[in-house]
Design a protein around this ligand. Structure first.
Ligand code: DON
Length: 573
C-alpha cells in the first residue's frame, strides 16, 4: 500500500520545514511527489517564487523554473496542475486573466474570460413573468460560458521558453497517476457529490460509491486523456476534434448552448493594463472586462489625500474612509462597467482625479454614508476562483486569477472528457437590479449578448517601486476580490506590513449593495462598535478571499506567502 503522508500546516507555521522561513523547496531534479507533500505557508526565495492554492501546483511551477523555464512557463504549468489538483477552481473549462511584466519592463494583459455563446440572449434566464431563474445561471449546462483557459495558456506561450508538451506533462501525470486528497478537499468533494450527480450526464471521477477521506488518491483518467490531446494538438486539441465534440454533446444532453462554432471562434484577447500611482508606487492591474483594476484604482485614489497611515491599521477612521471609498467604487461598477468590446466603459473618467474628488465630496467622517443616496457617478460620455503569483530569476512577474466562478463551476463534468465547466454566465446581469450569486447588481453595461464577456471582479495586480518589481498579488472571492487587493495594498504601502500580515489580518468588505459591512472573525471589536454608533451595519462571515502574494525585500529576496485561509502553499528556490 502506498504510504500517504500529508503534512498540514496550522495557521502560518511551517511544520516539517519548521522554525523560520524556508529558503528552498525544490531541489535539482527532485520530482514532485503527489503522495507525500507539505503545505508551506511562506518562504524567502532568492531566485524563483510561486504562491498558489495548492502545494502540488506551486511545486510544479517552481520545478519548471528550476528546469530553465521563466515565470510565464511556470504560470502555464501551475494553472494546468491546478486544473487537476484543485478542481473546485483550477480549470480548463473556465477562464481568467493573466497580468505580466517582463523583465524588460513590458506589460501585458491576457484576457481569457469566458464569453456568452452565440445562442445566448439578454432574457435567457427570465421566466414568463420576467423573474430571474438563478438556478439556471448558476447550475448545470445553461450556466456555462465558452471556456477561455486553454486559449489563454497558448496566448501565454508566446512569452514562455520551454516547449508546451513539457509544461503540461506534470498535469498529465497528476491526473493519470493521481494525488492524495487533504481533509478539506475530501470534505469539499463530498459536499458537492449530489450536485455532480444532478448536473452531470455521465459518471465522473469526483463521485465514488463511498465518501472521500483525507489520504485517498484522486485519479482522473479521462482528464489525463483530454490533457494529452491538448499536448499533442495544441489549442485545437481542446476547441476542436474529440474534446470539442464531447463538449458539444454534453451541451446537447443537458440543454446547454455552446456549439462547435462557439468553440472554434473563441480567442484570448490582449488588454492594456490599468496603471496609476499610489503614494509614489506604481500599480498595474487588469482592465475591463474585469472591474478589478478600475475599482482598486478608484478606491486607492479616493483615500490617497488622507493620512491613512497615521490613522492606524483597522482604526475607526481608516476603516470608515475605506468603506466609503468601497461604497462609491462599487456603485460605479454596477452601472458603468462591462465588456469594453460591447459597452463603452468610461475608464478615463472613472479613474480621473477630478471625478474621484467629486465622488468623495459628500464623505463625512463620523457619519455612515447611505447606498440609497450615494449612487453611481453621472458620466457624460458615451467562492471559487484561484490566484497564483510568480516571480522568476530574471525579474519577470506574473499575476494570474482564474476561475470556474462558483466552487466546481456549473458542476457539469463534460462526459468522457473529465473536466468541469464554468457557471460564469451568472456574472452577467440577468436582469437590471437583481443581484447575482455575489450580490452584485448591474444593468445595460453588463447585459447578456452573444459573444460578450461577463463583467469580472478578478484583480491580478502588480506593484512597482522605483520602476522595479515590488509586489505580485491577487485573490479569489467574487466581488470581495477588489476590496481584498485594496486592503493588501494599503496594508503594505500605508501600514508597512510584511506580506504575511498584509494578507492574513482580518478583512472587511462593502460593495454598495447590500448596504452593510462584511467582516471576518477577528476584526477589531472596538472599531466595529464605534462604526455601529455612526450607523454602519455589520455581518460576520467566513473567510474573505485566499490571497497569494510575493513581496520583494530590500535585500532582493522574495517574501513569498500563501493565504492561511486554505491549503494554499508556496514553493521556490
Ligand atoms: O469573475 C468574477 O468576478 C467571479 N466569477 C469570481 C468568482 C470567485 O472569485 C469565486 N471565489 N470565491
Amino acid at each position: 500500500m502506498r504510504k500517504v503522508v500529508l503534512f498540514l500546516c496550522a495557521s502560518g507555521s511551517l511544520l516539517t520545514l519548521c522554525g523560520q522561513s524556508v529558503r528552498s523547496i525544490v531541489g535539482p531534479g527532485k520530482p514532485v511527489n503527489p503522495y507525500h507533500y507539505s503545505i508551506v505557508k511562506k518562504g524567502e526565495f532568492s531566485t524563483a517564487s510561486v504562491s498558489s492554492a495548492h502545494p502540488l501546483a506551486s511545486l510544479v511551477g517552481a520545478t519548471i523554473m528550476k528546469r530553465g523555464g521563466n515565470a510565464f512557463d511556470a504560470a502555464i504549468a501551475t494553472q494546468l496542475a491546478l486544473a487537476v489538483v484543485y478542481p473546485g477552481a483550477g480549470n480548463i473549462g473556465g477562464g481568467g486573466f493573466l497580468l505580466g511584466r517582463k523583465a524588460n519592463g513590458e506589460l501585458l494583459g491576457i484576457d481569457y474570460r469566458e464569453a456568452a455563446p452565440e445562442k445566448a440572449n439578454r432574457d435567457m434566464y427570465l421566466d414568463k413573468n420576467g423573474n430571474v431563474q438563478l438556478n439556471l445561471s448558476q447550475n448545470g449546462h445553461l450556466a456555462s460560458g465558452i471556456p477561455g483557459t486553454v486559449a489563454g495558456l497558448f496566448a501565454t506561450l508566446t512569452y514562455a521558453r520551454l516547449p508546451f508538451p513539457q509544461l503540461i506533462q506534470p498535469a498529465i501525470d497528476l491526473a493519470e497517476k493521481g494525488f492524495v486528497l487533504s481533509e478539506k478537499e475530501a470534505a469539499s468533494l463530498n459536499a458537492t457529490r449530489s450536485s455532480f450527480l444532478k448536473y452531470s450526464t455521465r459518471p465522473c471521477a469526483f463521485v465514488k460509491a463511498t465518501n472521500w477521506k483525507a489520504g485517498d488518491t484522486l485519479i482522473q483518467k479521462e482528464l489525463a486523456a483530454t490533457l494529452k490531446r491538448i499536448q499533442e494538438k495544441g489549442a485545437p486539441g481542446f476547441y476542436e476534434g474529440e474534446t470539442g465534440k464531447m463538449i458539444v454533446e454534453e451541451m446537447q444532453r443537458g440543454g446547454g448552448l455552446i456549439s462547435m462554432e462557439d468553440l472554434k471562434d473563441y480567442t484570448a484577447k490582449l488588454r492594456n493594463p490599468i496603471e496609476f500611482d499610489y503614494r509614489g508606487d506604481h500599480i498595474v492591474s487588469f482592465a475591463p472586462p474585469s472591474s478589478g483594476g478600475i475599482l482598486i484604482g478608484q478606491m486607492l485614489k479616493m483615500i490617497e489625500k488622507y493620512p491613512v497611515s497615521s490613522y492606524g491599521f483597522q482604526s475607526t477612521q481608516a476603516v470608515q474612509l475605506m468603506i466609503e471609498a468601497e461604497r462609491r467604487a462599487y456603485a460605479d461598477r454596477a452601472v458603468h462597467m462591462g465588456d469594453p468590446d460591447f459597452y463603452d466603459v468610461p475608464v478615463k473618467t472613472l479613474m480621473s482625479e477630478e471625478y474621484l474628488q467629486k465622488r468623495m465630496s459628500d464623505y463625512h467622517p463620523e457619519k455612515a454614508g447611505q447606498s440609497a443616496v450615494i449612487k453611481a457617478g453621472l458620466i457624460k460620455e458615451s467562492e471559487e476562483t484561484t490566484h497564483l503569483s510568480i516571480i522568476d530569476g530574471e525579474g519577470n512577474m506574473v499575476s494570474v486569477t482564474t476561475t470556474l466562478n462558483g466552487g466546481y463551476g456549473s458542476r457539469t463534468v463534460v462526459g468522457g472528457a473529465g473536466f468541469l465547466l464554468n457557471n460564469e454566465m451568472d456574472d452577467f446581469s440577468a436582469k437590471p437590479g437583481i443581484p447575482n450569486m455575489y450580490g452584485a447588481v448591474g444593468g445595460e453595461a453588463n447585459a447578456i449578448q452573444p459573444g460578450k464577456r461577463m463583467l469580472s471582479s478578478m484583480t491580478p495586480t502588480l506593484i512597482l517601486r522605483n520602476n522595479k518589481p515590488f509586489v505580485v498579488v491577487g485573490t479569489p472571492g467574487g466581488t470581495t476580490i477588489p476590496t481584498s487587493v485594496f486592503q493588501a495594498i494599503v496594508n503594505i504601502i500605508d501600514f508597512h506590513m510584511s506580506a504575511d500580515d498584509a494578507i492574513n489580518k482580518p478583512k472587511f468588505h462593502h460593495q454598495w449593495l447590500p448596504d452593510n459591512v462584511m467582516i471576518e472573525k477577528g476584526f477589531n471589536p472596538e472599531t466595529k462598535k464605534q462604526l455601529q454608533a455612526m450607523g454602519y451595519q455589520f455581518t460576520e462571515r467566513g473567510s474573505i478571499g485566499r490571497t497569494e502574494i510575493i513581496r520583494v525585500l530590500g535585500n532582493g529576496k522574495r517574501e513569498t506567502v500563501a493565504d492561511n485561509r486554505g491549503d494554499d502553499s508556496v514553493a521556490g528556490f
